[in-house]
Design a protein around this ligand. Sequence first.
Ligand code: CA
Length: 233
Amino acid sequence: MLLLAAILCFALVLDTCVSSPVTTEGPNLAGSLRQAPTQLDGCCFTALQAMLNHVAAHQIEWDTCERAQLNNAHKGQKTIESQLGDLQAKLVKTESFPEPKTKSNVTIPANFQKIGSKYYYIEKQKNNKQDWFGAASMCRQMGANLVRIESANEQHALEEHFQHREVYWLDTTDLATEGQFVHTSTGQPAGFLNWGYGEPDNYDNYQHCIFLYNGWYYDSHCDTKCFFICQAN
Ligand SMILES: [Ca+2]
């Protein structure tokens, strides 16, 4: 409205002030000529001033609006940067979580315990002693295999959980070829064999399964009933 009034005023004044006939004839015209610059200076300046004030006011609004938009953009940028920081912190936290109870995409059964760096189930119920094949089958049913001991350290760590003077089946046999002991869980030759005195003797030519007793390995009849140890793969 102010702008419209200023424009109308400016047009009116301009018409009044400038449209008077410019001539040098007659005394009245001379008077008009004397007054014209004053009217132009006063009225037109007032109208122009109003227009300029209007433009200036809007300029301030535009500037203010622009600043507000910039501030909003800065706030948005800060928010995104903050969210990115939070995500990076969460990522670092996730990477530093303890190793989940899985290994090589195999889920560890709930009743297995970690001994050393591996997970085992040690059968201790006297009414659940099994021959070697039954023990292997029990481990398979739990999603595991009979234990594959690969070092003295692994053996000693397990023995801390054994019942005194009990016998435990291992996964090692020479059922396929006499005298060639392999881990049945991997099919690979057994590298660690802690034989007891005089073992393996294949007594009666009928001893092909290995158990652990009192710290030593013995080849024995596979149908002997023993405790057993399962190992999660
Ligand atoms: Ca033997």
